[in-house]
Design a protein around this ligand. Sequence first.
Ligand code: SF4
Length: 236
Amino acid sequence: MNYSIIAKKQHNDLLFQSLNTAMQPQDIDEFFRRLAAERPEPKTELNYVNAYTLLVAVVLSAQATDTGVNKATKDLFKKVKTPQQMLKLGEAGLKNYVKTIGLYNGKAKNIIALSKILVEKFGGDIPRTREDLETLPGVGRKTANVVLNVVYGEATLAVDTHVFRVANRTGMAKGATPEEVEHKLMEVVPKKWLSHAHHWLILHGRYTCKARVPLCPQCIVRDLCAYKDKTKENGG
Ligand code: SF4
């Protein structure tokens, strides 16, 4: 999902959340210490076999669930692992694999176009810089951040819908746009947690701090979170 769509979608929620207070630095450190203790090696839930297939999976995941993308790529990545193989498969062939994913027409077009650029301009490799990554069709700031983090181990923080919500709700990094939240998170998250912060926040948002009804009673960072309307045992 691109940044402007996420921002629009969560605008009303944000207005409500703006009443929250901000988290204190020591609480942010403790927040990640607990999430790290729970999941020492958090990983993306998108399946991939190498850097190229990760890039393809992330492009396919815009406005789609990881589970849905994984179902579609299970067979695709058995056959296609490189941009050269993707070009051989072609746009029509790719669509046959990904037609269950939302917006697959545009995504397939972008994947073929970016594969062509990878072959012609980058020798089939995945670029190492944000600038180069963002020249690829269908690759925006969030996707570039994911690739830089997962493939090249850089301490980038991709803000998807889960990260955006958790950062705002908890008072860790409030912002009206994903880019604003990203910059604030980069300032407030202690360096030692930065390389995994993106995955911890996503997983916390996906399984505990859920969009509609957060599971506050069972949340391991409940006492650190500044959300004013935490849910109670009865879900209210
Ligand atoms: S206490 Fe509730 S709102 Fe706060 S992080 Fe946990 S689940 Fe989210």
